[in-house]
Write a protein of this length. Structure first.
Length: 700
């Protein structure tokens, strides 16, 4: 028998529907009605003094002066508890209204509902009694209350963020949303449309730490509180009234922003643990030392100022603040209530060490975004690459010789198609700790095929499989003399070839590798290809197989290993190495005999704000690409795992040394037997080192 509603229950529900909103500040209501879960079965009242900087943003949520509130801050600030969970409690208890909460993914939405809201509702009596008693009214993503108001918990999707009207919409961790949601626009635009029916009482809340890269590396601040040009949360902040948090100096009384630029005292200590413990904040006015134990008191005294406002030692605010229908706030890591300065600096220093060791910026970017509360400027943007600067570093060494620091050589080959068909060869020498040297660069233009006059024909990698044999005779089998001992030479450790290109190139690349395998060279010769799909690994080994289906692509039977490269990430690493300014770990050496064209190739590509590298026009970029392939080849062999000086045999100099052969190091190929008409011959090597299309060692 179905359970019937009681008259008492009906009266309680109706009274909740008819009750007028409680006229309270949002922060006061949250401190009165919300309890914060603290482990299994325990809870404490929300304490406004723990993160007092969220009080003003919270109170703006109930103001008809604003259509939206934007809060930018690092992790561990308490912004989600106060602004998201607290606002939900306020809307349940004080001003019942339909509300939409958007998390960054479906999984995060489920987690927020079950781990945060479920526990908060259970331990907050004023909320618990307002939940609908009907079982079907409450599930993971939908909550209904006795007053008839409804809470929807979702993720960025047009199905969730369109059609329905909500008085209140909250977007959390906004910079991890897609920039374009299902082709319908950004999350803020979609969310704010849901509240327009409620006019001035509608409200959209957006909170996040920054997560998007700075778009303009040449940007200069035009107003004191302006954020760098970027998409996401900071773009919304710039549209608002741009409030920044100010602390009063305990020494001189002048107010300043507690930002990372004022954090000091840790750079002169080598050990990251000791350095982080020595960090302190310095007043920019009196240079007074502010220690971590003063942070909570200064947060309580903190003041939010709009762009255009100033404050004196007495706390008097003057100036006309920027006006906007968006109340926007931005604070940085030093003020975060739930993260110590020692933790903050330790993460930063260890992220810098990781960057120095690997060239990868991912950990450093995460720390700057989520711990500092700042947008990240890629290292490539900090120093725009200039070919002249790299050329100035060139060193005088004998042409096409191996410097003393080189432990092994790699050769990388780019296949050029079209009217200017050729193999572009670059030889890179690796020493210890990522230090490397450009040893050689040349083109292979002429094949071992001949016309009726006995003249060699141009190479055609797409049409003639036999042309690929030149990569064995003119690259893999060569030796390069030592700069300090011309009587000895160094052989290649490995060779990698770009297998992509015009129709026919990939098929011939597979045939070439199969021939190499038959000759026992399969473990020293590699086929590479750029990967358009972002994956977890920098390099992914695949075995293409299109047997059993018709395809215009290269015939692949699953027997040829093809290595897919995450070229954008690898280019970030190489670019970072190019800008190391002194010899040592990670440094790239260049020989003075290379022409200016080489450095133009190194610097032609540009990195966009979304992390992709591309060419702005039709200029050449082979030098950069071939350095990237060389890095990938070293990584594949486990180069980054070497504990120097204890190197494995394949990475030791003596492994690849032998007496200089009869040839001088210039590119040579076996001379075929004579044909009836006249002796077959290849044209002489070109020695104009300043011409990128006729580099010595290649053939015209």
């Amino acid at each position: 028998m179905a359970k019937r509603a009681s008259a008492r229950g009906i009266r309680r529900d109706v009274s909740g529907i008819l009750r007028a909103p409680r006229r309270m500040q949002v922060a006061d209501a949250v401190s009165t009605y919300m309890r914060v879960p603290m482990g299994a079965g325990n809870s404490v009242p929300w304490d406004p003094d723990l993160a007092p900087y969220v009080l003003e943003p919270m109170n703006c949520l109930a103001s008809r002066e604003y259509d939206a509130v934007v809060f930018v801050g690092p992790a561990r600030t308490g912004k989600t508890i106060g602004l998201i969970d607290g606002w939900i409690v306020y809307n349940v208890v004080c001003d019942p209204a339909d509300m939409l909460l958007i998390q960054m993914t479906e999984e995060k939405a489920r987690e927020h509902s079950k781990k945060r809201l479920d526990r908060t509702f259970r331990c907050s009596p004023e909320v618990k009694t307002r939940l609908s008693p009907r079982r079907n009214d409450n599930n993971v993503f939908d909550r209904t209350f006795r007053a008839g108001n409804y809470l929807k918990i979702g993720w960025p999707s047009v199905n969730i963020m369109s059609s329905s009207d909500y008085k209140c919409v909250a977007l959390t961790d906004y910079d991890r949303f897609p920039e374009d949601i299902d082709g319908e626009g950004d999350g803020f635009s979609l969310a704010s449309k849901r509240t327009t029916t409620f006019m001035s009482s509608g409200m959209t809340l957006v909170e996040s730490s920054p997560g998007r890269d700075i778009r303009d590396t040449k940007w200069r601040r035009s107003t004191p509180h302006e954020a760098p040009p970027t998409t996401g949360i900071l773009a919304l902040y710039n549209r608002g009234d741009r409030r920044r948090l100010y602390w009063p100096c305990p020494h001189c009384g002048e107010h300043f922003q507690p930002e990372m630029d004022n954090m000091t005292g840790y750079r002169d200590v080598a050990d990251p643990v000791q350095a982080s413990e020595a960090a302190f904040l310095q007043c920019p006015s009196c240079k007074g030392k502010i220690t971590a134990d003063q942070k909570r008191a200064l947060n309580i005294k903190g003041v939010w100022l709009r762009d255009g406002q100033t404050i004196d030692r007495s706390g008097v605010v003057s100036g006309e603040g920027r006006r906007s229908r968006i109340a926007s706030f931005w604070m940085e890591g030093p003020a975060a209530a739930y993260q110590t300065w020692a933790q903050l600096i330790y993460k930063f220093l260890t992220a810098e060490q990781d960057y120095e060791a690997t060239g990868s910026e991912e950990t450093l970017k995460t720390v700057v975004n989520t711990d500092f509360g700042r947008p990240y400027l890629p290292r490539a943007g900090m120093e725009q690459r200039k070919s002249e600067l790299l050329e100035q570093r060139a060193e005088e060494v004998p042409k096409r010789t191996v410097p003393d620091g080189v432990c092994f050589l790699t050769a990388t080959v780019d296949v050029q198609a079209g009217r200017n068909r050729r193999f572009v060869v670059q030889v890179t020498g690796y020493g210890s700790m990522g230090e490397r040297w450009l040893v050689d660069r040349y083109n292979i233009r002429q094949s071992m095929r001949y016309d009726e006059n006995g003249e060699s024909l141009p190479v055609d990698p797409a049409s003639y499989p036999e042309d690929w044999d030149l990569l064995l005779t003119d690259v893999f089998s060569k030796g390069w003399s030592l700069a300090s001992d011309p009587a000895k030479c160094m052989r290649l450790m490995a060779l990698a070839v770009d297998s992509g290109g015009e129709d026919g190139v990939t098929d011939n690349a597979y045939k070439f590798w199969r021939r190499c395998r038959r000759e026992g060279l399969g473990k020293r010769i590699y086929l590479f290809k750029g990967d358009s799909v972002r994956r977890g690994k920098l390099i992914n080994r695949t075995f293409p197989d299109n047997t059993g289906r018709s395809s215009r692509r290269a015939q692949a039977a699953g027997d040829v290993p093809l290595f897919l490269l995450q070229t954008d990430a690898l280019k970030d690493r190489v670019n970072n190495s190019l800008w190391r300014d002194s010899p040592g770990p990670g440094y790239v050496h260049f020989p003075a005999w290379l022409g200016s064209w080489f450095y133009d190739e190194l610097t032609y590509e540009e990195r966009s704000v979304d992390g992709k590298w591309s060419k702005p026009g039709r200029g050449a970029n082979e030098a950069f690409d071939l350095l990237v392939y060389a890095d990938a080849l070293a990584i594949l062999h486990g180069y980054e795992k070497i504990k120097w000086p204890d190197a494995p045999e394949w990475a030791r100099r003596e492994t690849w040394l032998e007496n200089t052969p009869a040839e001088t190091g210039e590119t040579t190929s076996p001379v075929p037997e004579q044909v009836p008409a006249k002796k077959r011959k290849r044209k002489k090597p070109v020695t104009d080192d300043n011409n990128p299309w006729t580099t010595s060692g290649g053939w015209l």
